[in-house]
Design a protein. Sequence first.
Length: 73
Amino acid sequence: MILDTNALSALVSGDREIRKLLSRAPRLAVTLITLGEFTYGMAGSRKRDELETWLEAFLKGADVLIPSHRNSW
């Protein structure tokens, strides 16, 4: 399942519905754009250190999708 920025934010916030939905997904992924948006938002957060730690742990079990040289996913 590919998460957008809103889904990633809901997950880190502990949203029960998103956790329930994602628990059934065989794999999780985020796009490079989503990762950029999320890290940009983290930069201005008072919880930056906590969010960085969470994101590092999350990315150990998720794929980061990078567009190919032909601009396709």
